[in-house]
Design a protein around this ligand. Sequence first.
Ligand SMILES: Cc1ncc(C[n+]2csc(CCOP(=O)(O)OP(=O)(O)O)c2C)c(N)n1
Length: 687
Amino acid sequence: MDKQILLNAYRLMCTAGAMARTYEANRQVCKYVHSTSRGHEAIQLATAFQLLPCDFVSPYYRDESLLLGLGFTPYTLMLQLLAKGDDIFTAGKEYYSHPNYRGDDKPTIIHQSSATGMQAIPATGIAQGLQYLQKINSPLFKQGKNGESPIVVCSLGDASLTEGEVSEAFQFAVLKKLPIIYLVQDNRWGISVTAEEARTMDAYKFAKGFKGLQRISIDGSDFSESYEAMKKVVKEVRENSVPFLVHAKVPLLGHHTSGVRKEFYRSEEDLAKHAKEDPLPKLKNRLLHLGFEEHDLDEIEAIVSEAVAQQFESAKAAPEPDPATVTEHIFAPTNITGEQGERTPAGKEKVVMVDAALFAIREIMEDFPEAIVYGQDVGARLGGVFRETATLGEQFGNHRVFNTAIQEAYIIGSTVGMSATGVKPIVEVQFADYIYPGINQLATEVAKSCYLSNGKFPVQTVIRVPIGAYGGGGPYHSGSIETLLLSIKGIKIAYPSDAADMKGLMKAAFLDPNPVIMLEHKGLYWSKVPGTEEAKTVEPSRDYVLPLGKGNVVLKADENKIRNGESCCIITYGMGVYWAKNAAKKFTGQIEIIDLRTLFPLDEELIFSTVKKHGKCLILTEEQQNNSFAEALAGRISKECFQFLDAPVQVLGALNLPAVPMNIYLEKAMLPNEEKVEEEIIKLLNY
Ligand SMILES: Cc1ncc(C[n+]2csc(CCOP(=O)(O)OP(=O)(O)O)c2C)c(N)n1
C-alpha cells in the first residue's frame, strides 16, 4: 500500500485523538453532548479515502474521523461541537458530528438525524434516486471525473441494526439492486446494552437473510485491512450496482457520549480488552515496521496536537448564532404564490375528484421527467386501490410508476434521499389509518431536514394520503389524522374538497420545494356519499395552480343579515364543507362557509376577517373533537377576535372514540352530519 496513504491515515488518527483529548480537558466549554470516534478511526478513514465528490455519505454521530478523512478540518467540526453560528452544517442547530454538505469538492451528505438506524431509509432513497437518474440518462446524474458511477455509504452503529426500519431499507436495496454500502461499526455496545443482550447474530450474519446483499466482515481497527476491503467493496458497488454490507469490528475507546461516561457501566476488564485493539498504535507499529522513524511519527503527533489546540481556541472565539436566525429555513421559498390558469374552462365536462388528482399527476409526469410515483398497489396492474393512479403505469412505464412492498416508513422516508438527488417523488400511503409506521420518518427525517440543514436539503415530495369515513369503511379505513400531522412542524398539509381544488393544489404541492401531504377524502373521491355532488367540477386547465394556504368562501351570507347580526360563519374543510353546505340550506342568507383547503399554512387572514364580520363562528371537523386542530383553532380565533365575538367560538367534531366503528349506524352516531350542524347553527344564531 502507498506509504503516503498510511501516513495520512496516521496524521488524521492523531488528529482525532488530539480532538478527543481536547474535548475531555475542556468539558466546561464543550457543554453540548458529543461523541468521538476513538476506536473507530481506522475503518472510518479507510472508507472516506475511497469516496469521490459524486458520491453520497450518511455518517452517524460517531463518524468524526470519516469527516476528517473527507477533508473537513477540526475547526469546521468544532464549530458544530460548540454550536456556533459559523457552523457550516447547521449554523448552531445540531449536535457534533451531524453534518450535511453540498459542494463540488466532497461527497454530498444529506441532513443526519440522531435517531439510531433511521438514516438507513433516507440513504437508501438516495441510491434509489441515483439508479433512476441513471436509467433516464438525466443530466442530474453526476459521475466521477473518469466516468465512475456514484455510490452511497450509509454508516451505522451495530446496535442500531435491530431497528425495524433498517430491515425495510435492506429489503428495498436488495430488491432493486441499489448501489449502497451499509457500513456497520460493531463495538459490541449500544450505550450500556451489550451485544449478548441485544442480538443473537452480528450484522454479518444478519445480512445473510437478505438475498443479494453482499457482505464482508473485517477487523475495522486495522487500517490496512480496512482500506483494502473498502477499496474492493467500493469498486464492486460502483461497477456492478450491488448493495453491500461491511461488518467492521472495532473497539470503543472513548465514552458513549460526553454525558454517558464509560466508567459508569464498563468494567476494567472490558476497557482493557478494547484498549488492546486501539487502531492508532496498530498503525504506528505498521509504519515503524515499514521503516518510518519513531521520532518522525511522534513529531507528526505533536504538530497535529498543536494545530488542534489552535483550532479549538479559534472555534471558542467564533460568534454565537444570532438569535434572530432561529426561525430561518423552516421551509424553502416557493414560487407558487398566486392562483394562475383557468379554473373553469368553458365547454368541459365535470370530473370526479379522484380523476382530477389523476389528471394533475399525469400532466406533472408529462412535464417533469424527474417525477415518479410509488406506493402500495399504485403500479400498472391495479392503478391504486381507489384507481387513483390508473393508466399512469401503462403510460409512463414501471420505472416511473411502481408498487412497493408494505413499507410505510420506506415510502415516506425514502423521499428525503430521492429529493436530495433531484428526483421528485409523489408517493402514497394507502390509507390515513396506516400512516403510523411512517410517522417516525416523517417527523424525524422529512420534516426536520430543511431546518436542520439550514436550507440545504429541503425535501421536495408529495405524499398522497386517502383519508376519512365514507360509510361502513370500518375502524382501520375511515380515520382522520390531521391533528397528528399538524403537530409536526416542517410539513405542509392540503385538504381539498372538490375536483378543481384537488387539481390546483396537487400542482402547487408538486411545485413546492417542501414536503406536502395531500389529504384526499375517500368519501369525496367519486361524490358517492349523498350530498357531495358538488365535489365534481369542471377540470381546470393544464396550467391551473392554486397556492397552498388560501382558503375559499364557498357560501356567502347576505350583507343585510350580517348587518343585522343574524349570521354566523362555519370554518371547515374536507367532508365538513358538505355537511355545512347542506345544513345551511335551512338558514337562507345567514351562513358563510369557509373551506380552508390547506391546513398548513393556514389562511388566518381569511379566517379572522370572516369571524370578525359575523361575530359568531362554528368550526366543523370530522376528527374526534377533544384536543383536535379544530379546538386549537377555536382558541386562536377566540384570542384574535375576542372583541368582535357575540358568542363563544363553537366546535363540532366527532365523538371522542378510539376508532370509527364499522356499523353504519354506529359510524353515523359518531361523526358530525348535516343534522348535527343544523343544531349547532340554531344554538349559535340564538345566542
Ligand atoms: C431511535 C433512537 N433510540 C434511542 C436513541 C438513544 N441512543 C443514542 S446512541 C444509542 C446506542 C447506539 O449504539 P450503536 O448504534 O451501536 O452505536 P455506538 O454508539 O455504539 O457507536 C442509543 C440507544 C437514539 N439516538 N435513537
